[in-house]
Design a protein around this ligand. Structure first.
Ligand code: 6CS
Ligand code: FE
Length: 277
């Protein structure tokens, strides 16, 4: 489904675009029913919270046909290509499960610094698409965004003691591939300088991207965003797919991240019309 000129203008100005009823409740129910089939015990693809709950399931398309087709769905690819302005490939795919009473926060951060520094992607010409598998609001951990903050490029990071972060990770055997956890866990290495955050929030406000199940949120790689932990008894499962321009593929990087974190297939996506055959 093509975005209108107004929708594209809203995205370019604000750095995000929320569209309700993008998927039907039947489609969402079928996707949700497939979720358990994307999880493998002790897989590096599955990141756990310190509470032991699942935080993220990366690369569900590696193991599940339904999610593989969702990642190539024309209804998502067409708008993503409009926002990026070229043919696209899939850079990252995950299901962020923010479980009832256990789902932890995501601190205020930008995504692009991780893809620029960890994956050597040069330009912020990536769009993330977030599909809500449950009704999502500020109470159960909706994404919080600061409109317009995507225009600032990569901003100053908050002061963090990276040694402290890695020590904390070492003591928690809740994830095998510890070396990636400072990019994936609840204690991120690249977060936003607090005085800059305050300035932007005071200027443009903070929007909670609330939406019913089936809603889709498109958001820019540089937008300031965060989400609270989930203190409600209602899960907040969401599918996140990040698409990158085929003209912006990663350069050389010292320790390339594995394919489940940084996609290695740079061919233009071959779209499919339907998720379910
Ligand atoms: O490292 C990454 O690729 C991931 N990290 C964060 C904080 N957000 C983007 C991405 O999922
Ligand atoms: Fe993020």
């Amino acid at each position: 489904m093509k975005l209108s000129a107004e929708q594209i203008a809203f995205y370019n100005e604000n750095g995000y675009l929320l569209i309700e009823n993008f998927f039907s409740t039947e489609e969402v129910a079928k996707l949700y029913a497939e979720l358990p089939n994307t999880i493998e015990e002790n897989s590096p693809r599955v990141v756990l919270e310190e509470t032991g709950a699942i935080r993220s399931v990366f690369a569900p398309h590696f193991v599940n046909n339904t999610y593989e087709r969702l990642g190539r769905l024309e209804r998502l690819i067409v708008p993503a290509e409009q926002l990026i302005g070229s043919k696209i490939y899939l850079h990252q795919y995950k299901i962020n499960t923010k479980k009832a009473l256990k789902g932890d926060w995501w601190e205020w951060h930008q995504d692009f610094p991780y893809w620029h520094i960890d994956d050597a992607i040069m330009e912020p010409n990536l769009v993330s698409v977030m599909l809500y598998l449950q009704d999502t609001d500020a109470l159960n951990g909706a994404l919080l965004v600061i409109p317009g903050s995507h225009k600032l490029g990569i901003v100053k990071f908050a002061e963090k003691n990276l040694g402290e972060i890695s020590k904390k990770i070492e003591h928690n055997d809740f994830y095998k591939h510890k070396e990636y956890l400072s990019s994936l866990g609840a204690d991120l290495k690249f977060t936003i300088d607090h005085s800059l955050l305050k300035e932007q929030a005071a200027k443009n406000g903070i929007v909670a991207a609330s939406g019913k199940k089936g809603a889709v949120l498109f958001f820019h790689g540089n937008i300031f965003h965060a989400s609270n932990n989930n203190l409600t008894p209602f899960d907040r499962d969401a599918v996140l797919i990040t698409y990158n321009s085929i003209n912006n593929i990663p350069g050389q990087v010292q320790n390339p991240r594995p394919g489940f974190l940084a996609g290695k297939d740079y061919d233009p996506i071959e779209k499919v019309e339907k998720i379910f055959l």
